[in-house]
Design a protein around this ligand. Structure first.
Ligand SMILES: [Cu+2]
Length: 480
């Protein structure tokens, strides 16, 4: 009798040790790492080759953030902030259980610091805190790929929304241990929105509009970084009888994609890029910061149009791509006359419906201005200049006790109204970044500056909407 009682605790201890040994580090870490390799990164719509090894390894990923001015639409340019030189960011492909050594470099010509939050990372911030990188620097951190799947990565430097809206998102695929079934074509399709100061179609270099981004009213919704990036000569291709796998991502920053291929049914979808497969799907939802894997076989030749089925985005804002399929007709599957033409972009700028601006009763006193200005500061300025106005060294100058701010009220009004780029000196330190035009009203500029001047031992100036209006009139940038 006594003996059996003694055996029970030993038995439980063994079970416990077995559980720790086999589940300890999570899914992938039970296998032993072997060797080391450099990750092959590709630009959309290309995808790195499938992983054929059947063991985990140490993978070195080198990615560079670059700020580049390129075409957004015909006649329209934009200064994109990128991972790897284009939007979306370079595609990264690793295997479950791999040890990823990540080197994030920020090009010396960058105006902004950047970092990376990979949704494939298990750990605080997804790598963001360990990868904050000033221009001309490289940050290194490591992570283990514990869960297989297709994951979004994005910049998470304040203001996060602005970095993502300027193009800083992409995909990393963590292949399951057994790999993915073979298909004939794999492509990378990534949806994002752009918020421009001008309207859709307005020519020239378009600055980012924080105001439209906050309202979630993009002028462009696109696949792979620009209008037409997957259309016409840039269309994806396949042949009748072949299978296609699309790695579909959505960087947002705001809109959920209703991803659909006109004239195709997805044979298989890994919704939300998880491990559960769904069969025979017409349209799959891809949320901002999420992805899906869709697979289908092609039976009939023709041009298949990929859209966000929130359809004004497709025909009026750019969320339209093409898959051209060659091969023999199969009249049994599809017999009618195909009319690709009706799906071509309708072009045409967005019509404006002309809405009256809401009337705001102006603040009646300085204390009221300060109170309202605090709200503006916390929702708009604090992301960069920090909640106590202390700034971030080498990135965002301080507003607290700033000699630059306190020396010249009129200059400060103009700067908050129009933004600022180019070198400036604050309390002896040099800054050469970009403060965006924030699209604030005269009232908001007056309120926020009155608040800022009233805080943190600043000069205490009162700034009125009348003063702001006068500066706006005198310093308005010329429009062409
Ligand atoms: Cu960034």
């Amino acid at each position: 009798m006594k003996r059996s009682i003694r055996i029970i605790p030993i038995f439980f201890a063994c079970v416990l040790m077995w559980a720790i040994a086999s589940c300890g580090g999570g899914g992938g870490s039970a296998e032993k790492l072997q060797g080391q390799e450099d990750a092959v990164l590709t630009q959309a719509p290309k995808v790195p080759p499938p992983i054929t090894r059947r063991h985990p390894t140490k993978v070195i990923v080198r990615l560079e953030t670059q700020e580049v001015t390129k075409r957004l639409a015909d006649g329209v340019e934009y200064t994109f902030w990128t991972f790897g030189g284009s939007v979306p960011g370079s595609f990264i492909r690793v295997r479950e259980g791999d040890q990823v050594e990540f080197h994030l470099s920020n090009n010396p010509a960058s105006k902004m610091p950047h970092n990376i939050d990979l949704h494939a990372v298990t750990g605080p911030g997804g790598g963001a805190a360990s990868s904050f990188t000033a221009p001309g620097h490289t940050s290194t951190f490591s992570f283990r790929t514990l869960n297989p799947g297709l994951y979004v990565y994005h910049c998470a430097t304040a203001p996060v929304g602005m970095h993502i809206a300027n193009g800083m998102s992409g995909l990393i695929l963590v292949e399951p241990k057994a790999g993915l079934p073979k298909v004939d074509h794999e492509y990378y399709v990534h949806q994002t929105e752009f918020y421009t100061a001008g309207n859709n179609g307005d020519a020239g270099l378009q600055p980012f509009s924080m105001e439209k981004a906050i309202k979630e009213q993009p002028d462009y919704v696109v696949f792979n970084g620009s209008v037409g990036a997957l259309a016409g000569d840039n269309a994806l291709t396949a042949k009748v009888g072949e299978t296609v796998r699309l790695f579909v991502g959505n960087g947002g920053p705001n809109l959920t994609s209703s991803f659909h291929v006109i004239g195709e049914i997805f044979d298989r979808v890994f919704a939300e890029a998880g491990s559960v497969e769904n069969l025979n799907v017409q349209t799959t939802l891809v949320p901002p910061g999420g992805a899906a894997i869709v697979e289908f076989k092609l039976q009939v030749p023709g041009t298949y149009i990929m859209v966000d089925h929130a359809i004004f985005r497709a025909f009026n804002k750019g969320a339209l791509g093409m898959l051209k399929v060659e091969g023999a007709e199969d009249k049994l599957v599809y017999s009618g006359k195909q009319r690709d033409d009706i799906y071509l972009p309708e072009g045409g700028a967005i019509q404006s419906m002309g809405s009256a601006a809401p009337t705001v009763v102006p603040a009646k006193s300085k204390p009221e201005r300060i109170e309202r200005g605090k709200v503006v500061f916390n929702s708009v300025c604090a992301a960069c200049h920090q909640p106590n106005g202390q700034g971030i060294p080498n990135a965002f100058p301080p507003l607290a006790g700033s000699d630059y701010l306190n020396a010249d009220k009129t200059r400060a009004i103009g700067l908050v109204m129009w933004g600022h780029s180019g070198p400036i000196q604050v309390n002896g330190a040099k800054y050469d970044g970009v403060m965006p035009a924030l699209g604030l009203t005269d009232e908001q500029v007056a309120n926020v500056l009155t608040y800022v001047y009233s805080e943190w031992k600043n000069a205490g100036h009162d700034v009125t909407p009348t003063e702001v209006a006068a500066v706006r009139k005198k310093t308005a940038p010329k429009k062409d």
